[in-house]
Ligand binder design. Structure first.
Ligand code: SF4
Ligand code: SF4
Length: 539
């Protein structure tokens, strides 16, 4: 829930004047509302991660291993050798400042260390001190810093005030990706046991049960059965939602929030309706009951370990290809890492829609396509009967979730779908959408309640653009295709832009889809009476 203690007008008093102290001073204050709690020892133990213990960021003593400094510097050396991009990003920044005002955390907090250039400089300064001749010989001239406990605490503070959204990289003339710097920073912290619970608990749950929420296989099946029953009540049509069906053509992978949270759940109903309507031979699986991968917010190693289940289960079930649902960071992992880390998936086939014959060459290596690509293709070929009037109670805008937009270029398909299923659609201002989209402010594992003030600050630029279309066009729903967005945007909008709801794109498709043999549907998937019906009733 939004923090009522801090009124929006108070939070908007952002001081952009640079502080008096030297930027090299690492001291930070772990104040309530702007940081995330540490990971519980049991989760580190479960994942086999180093230095499990009881501690909190506000403690003076972080109970680091005695040789913590050597561990971090050795970890840095290894990564400088292993990741050429990391070394480049350490060396080539010219401090032009093009990225400085592009980060939502800087815009919302006014803290200069939330400028991408300075966030990366926190680690670059240590790199220069230990890995460059100039830094070793003339540390002051080279702006190099000793690695101290205070510097480590500062890293923790600022690398967990970056959502790895990559907006800054769009504006950097050298293509420096500060999200990758943050990822390495978090990896290094991880080596000495400094991580946050909101990342490691879902990761540990995934290892145990296949999904972030810890839902066990029978719970997964119950949830899907519940959705099937509810759909039968709403539409009069009983769909099939097979689980672990060997030899099915397609494996459907959804984020766990789709079968356990709202508004996500309504998108799940939308997928089930479409797949039934076109008669796709598909299956879900309790072993892959999660599309998301919180390894992305912890370490490369964890990404690989968590993602392995997808191809392993596809192989076991002998499907031809994989269809992925509305999840944000799942698609970053998929498009940028999965083939290298977990591939080659040469036991799968290049996805071909059995309904339209479209061959998705873009998924030639991963063998996995996004449900928006699949649905847009169906609509383009006239394979779905749609009645956009059923969404007339919604005046829609679209939030490009950071990862599908910037990591995979999924820009046109959701818009094409929305324009096909809704009569009212308005874009937010140009510099806040598509590749330049603003983050929800709570991605990369930062969506915890203890971190609420920082989330509201970081989400302010997004909310401000929503306010623009609400005030100008009467927009009342923000559509998106990311499970984290669907969880964190409702409280953000309630705080900054009351009166605007959040919905998945496939919820709106489900509302508009006219199914064969359906009964009269006076309400949408949420049970809200249709505006067209209300109008008819009053006529
Ligand atoms: S835009 Fe790129 S080169 Fe310029 S300061 Fe930012 S990271 Fe450095
Ligand atoms: S990746 Fe996003 S959150 Fe991180 S510094 Fe860049 S703009 Fe800010």
């Amino acid at each position: 829930m939004a923090d009522q203690a801090l009124k929006p007008e108070q939070l908007l008093q952002i001081d952009y004047r640079p502080p008096q102290k030297d930027w090299r001073d690492p001291k930070v204050e772990f104040r309530k509302g702007v940081f995330c709690y540490s990971a519980l020892a049991k989760n580190l133990e479960y994942l086999g991660l180093p230095n499990p213990r009881k501690w909190q960021p506000y403690d003076a003593d972080w109970k680091l291993p005695p040789n913590w400094k050597e561990i971090i510097l050795e970890g840095m050396r290894e990564r400088l050798e292993k990741y050429r991009s990391f070394r480049l990003f350490m060396d080539i920044c010219v401090r032009c400042g093009a990225c400085a005002d592009k980060c939502h955390f800087y815009l919302g907090s006014g803290d200069p260390k939330n400028m991408p250039v300075l966030r990366a400089e926190l680690i670059r300064s240590v790199y220069r001190r230990y890995f460059t001749a100039a830094g070793r010989l003339f540390p002051n001239l080279a702006a190099a810093r000793e690695l101290t406990v205070d510097v480590l605490k500062e890293w923790f503070y600022y690398f967990y005030q970056c959502t790895e959204c990559r907006r800054c990289s769009v504006f950097c003339p050298y293509g420096i990706d500060t999200a990758e710097v943050t990822m390495i920073g978090r990896e290094l912290l991880n080596l000495v046991g400094c991580n946050i619970n909101w990342v490691l608990e879902p990761a540990a749950n995934c290892f145990r049960t296949g999904n972030h929420l810890g839902v066990q296989p029978h719970g997964f099946k119950d949830s899907i059965d519940f959705a099937v029953d509810e759909l039968a009540e709403i539409t009069g049509v009983r769909v099939e939602a097979p689980i672990m069906k060997k030899g099915a053509e397609v494996l459907l992978v959804v984020p766990s929030a789709d079968y356990f949270g709202t508004p996500h759940y309504y998108s799940l109903l939308g997928y089930l309706m479409i797949l039934h309507e076109i008669g796709l031979d598909y299956t879900l699986s309790a072993f892959v009951s999660e599309g998301g991968n919180f390894g992305l917010f912890n370490s490369h190693e964890m990404i690989k370990r968590l993602n392995a289940k997808m191809y392993a289960e596809a192989k076991r079930l002998k499907v031809k290809w994989i269809l992925g649902a509305e999840c944000g960071h799942m698609w970053r992992v998929l498009h940028q890492y999965m083939d290298t880390m977990n591939g080659p998936a040469d036991f799968l086939e290049v996805p071909v829609s059995p309904v339209t014959g479209t061959r998705f060459e873009n998924a030639r290596s991963t063998k996995m396509i996004h449900i928006c690509e699949f649905t847009a293709d169906l609509i383009h070929h006239g394979k779905l009967k749609l009645d956009p009037n059923r969404n007339d109670h919604w005046n829609v805008t679209f939030h490009d979730s950071c990862n599908p937009s910037r990591a995979m270029g999924l820009l046109e398909e959701p818009r094409f779908i929305l324009r096909s299923v809704c009569n009212q659609f308005h874009e937010m201002p140009e510099n806040t959408i598509r590749e330049q989209t603003f983050c929800c402010g709570s991605g990369s594992g930062l969506g915890t309640d203890e971190n609420l003030e920082m989330r509201l600050r970081g989400g302010f630029p997004r909310a401000n653009a929503v306010k623009y279309v609400r005030d100008k066009y009467g927009v009342n729903v923000l559509a998106c295709i990311c499970a984290i967005d669907k969880a964190v945007l409702p409280p953000l909008l309630e705080y900054w832009v009351p009166g605007v709801d959040v919905a998945g794109v496939h919820e709106l498709v489900g509302n508009a889809l006219v199914m064969k043999g359906e009964k009269e549907r006076p309400a949408d998937l949420r049970g809200t009476p249709l505006k067209m019906k209300e109008a008819a009733a009053h006529a």
